[in-house]
Design a protein around this ligand. Sequence first.
Ligand code: FES
Length: 187
Amino acid sequence: MSPETLSIFSPALAARFDALVSNYPVKRSALVPMLLYAQDEVGYLSDGVIAEIARRLGLTELDVRNVASYYSMLRFKPAGRYNIQVCTNICCMLRGAYELYDRFQEELNIGPHGTTPDGLFSLEEVECIGACSWAPAIQVNYSFHDELTPDLVAGILADYRAQAGVPTDRSSSVGWKAQAERTKEHA
Ligand code: FES
């Protein structure tokens, strides 16, 4: 049977993977983009995702897991609709990352690496996300927010709740953006 017949991915993504693999002289070069696309579709790197990508690239599942575990944006369990990654590496730590991380836990009422009961938010601590000059920084899915303080956390969450259509206090959402801009002006 063809890879598409056996695929756990949508026909469109399976076809995309076929094309992607043929673009590289060495098949495994397609591994990281395939992992990202698979995560976007499935939500996380399930055992089935790992197995199929390994098969498509002629790798072992251990090869795939070893590479995937290096990247903080790749995950092995389901995340919330908005996955909040707080950088606690050195630059961010020195500028208050742990206070920020604590405030997210308080506001969401979850622990480290937790997910809210409604599945809207998940929270994790990650290594450097490449925004050191604007520390402390966080990443929510593919969006960055930087030069943050704990007082901005409630507004950030309100903004994402509003995006998801969850009733929220819009004034706190507007407020955090204005405050963040003022922080940058005075930096
Ligand atoms: S140390 Fe936090 S973004 Fe680099």
